[in-house]
Design a protein around this ligand. Structure first.
Ligand code: ZN
Length: 315
C-alpha cells in the first residue's frame, strides 16, 4: 500500500519508502508546505509506516495503521493547543516527561507537533532533540521551515511537500466534485497553486472571497488610492504561497472584466463591477501591472516590495 494515499510528491514518497525499507527511521522529521498541501496526511502515513508490523509499510489494513489514521493509536500523540496561537511551552515540557514513559504497544512512540513554536518552546524541544530515547520519533509540521531555529532544523529530516501536477490535481478534484464544470475545476486548480486541500476549499465554498479581494475591486473601481494602500499594507507580511494565488485571482477578475467589456456573458459579479467602472485601457494597464507583480512575487522580490509596486502602479 505504501504512501499512495498522498497524491503526487513521488520523489519524497520513494525516498521515504526506501529509507523505511532499509530500517532507517529518523528521530526527527520536519514536514513543511502550505495549508492544504497534505502535511497531516503525510504525517499520519509516516507514523503508520513506522509503527506498522506489516510487510509493505504502511499496509493500511492492520489495526495499527487504522488506529494511526484515525488518531486513536496510544503511541501516536498529537501535540497542539487550539486555544493558543503557538504551543504553550508547558505543553512541550510535559511532552518531554511523557517521552520517558515507554511506548504502550508499539516499538516506537511518535509525537506529531502540529503548531508553530516560539523560541522558548523550540529551546525546550531542543533538549529532547539532543538526546532522545531510542523509541522516540518527532514529526514537526510547519508552513514555514524558516520560522524554526537553525539548530532545530539542522537536526530534522526535511520532508517538503510540492504542488501537484495539474493533471493529478484535476483528476482528484473531478472525482470529488463530479458536478462541477471543467472551468470551475481549472479555476480552483490555478488559484490553489496546485494544493489539493486549498482547491477543495475553493470548490466547496468554505472559502468565500477574501476581504482583500473585495477591497481591491472596490478601490480600483472607485479610483480610491487610500483604500488600495489600506488593503495592500497588511498584505506586506503575507507569505508567498498566500500572496501569489490572491494576485492570480485579481488578475483573473481583471481579465474577466475585460471580456465583459467585450460583451462576453457569464462573468464573475466582481468582474462586472470592474468593467462597469473602468475603461478597457485602464483594465489592460492593470492587467499588465498584475502580471508583473505576480512575476516579481514568484521571483526573489520581497512581498513588501510587490505590495509597494502595486500601490504605486494601480493608484
Ligand atoms: Zn499496517
Amino acid at each position: 500500500m505504501g504512501f499512495r494515499r498522498l497524491l503526487g510528491n513521488d520523489q519524497l514518497k520513494q525516498n521515504l519508502t526506501n529509507a523505511l525499507h532499509s530500517g532507517h527511521i529518523s528521530h526527527f522529521y520536519l514536514i513543511s508546505g502550505p495549508a492544504g498541501s497534505g502535511r497531516h496526511t503525510l504525517a499520519r502515513l509516516l507514523a503508520a509506516a513506522i509503527l506498522c508490523p506489516g510487510q509493505q509499510k504502511p499496509c493500511m489494513g492492520c489495526s495499527t495503521c487504522r488506529k494511526v489514521m484515525a488518531d486513536t493509536h496510544p503511541d501516536f500523540i498529537t501535540v497542539n493547543d487550539p486555544t493558543h496561537k503557538t504551543i504553550p511551552v508547558d505543553m512541550l515540557r510535559d511532552m518531554r516527561e511523557d517521552l520517558f514513559i515507554r511506548p504502550n504497544e508499539a516499538a516506537h512512540k511518535i509525537y506529531m507537533i502540529d503548531q508553530e513554536m516560539r523560541t522558548e518552546g523550540q529551546n525546550a524541544l531542543l533538549k529532547v532533540l539532543e538526546e532522545p530515547p531510542k523509541y522516540g520519533v518527532f514529526i514537526l509540521i510547519t508552513d514555514n521551515a524558516e520560522s524554526l531555529l537553525p539548530t532545530v532544523r539542522s537536526r530534522c529530516t526535511p520532508l517538503q511537500l510540492q504542488p501537484l501536477p495539474e493533471k493529478t490535481l484535476l483528476q482528484a478534484l473531478q472525482s470529488e466534485f463530479p458536478n462541477a464544470t471543467g472551468d470551475d475545476l481549472r479555476a480552483a486548480a490555478v488559484r490553489s497553486c496546485g494544493f489539493l486541500g486549498q482547491a477543495k476549499k475553493l470548490l466547496d465554498g468554505s472559502v468565500a472571497v477574501a476581504p482583500q479581494t473585495e477591497n481591491f475591486v472596490k478601490s480600483f473601481s472607485q479610483r480610491d488610492p487610500l483604500l488600495l494602500v489600506q488593503t495592500l499594507v497588511p498584505m506586506e507580511k503575507w507569505k508567498r504561497d498566500q500572496m501569489i494565488p490572491t494576485l492570480q485571482h485579481w488578475l483573473e477578475l481583471l481579465e474577466g472584466a475585460l471580456s465583459c467589456r467585450a460583451g462576453m456573458p457569464g462573468v464573475d459579479p466582481l468582474s462586472r463591477t470592474l468593467s462597469a467602472n473602468r475603461s478597457s485601457q485602464d483594465l489592460m494597464q492593470a492587467i499588465s501591472c498584475l502580471q508583473k507583480a505576480i512575476e516579481y512575487a514568484q521571483g526573489n522580490v520581497s512581498i513588501a516590495a510587490v505590495c509597494g509596486y502595486l500601490s504605486w502602479t494601480l493608484r
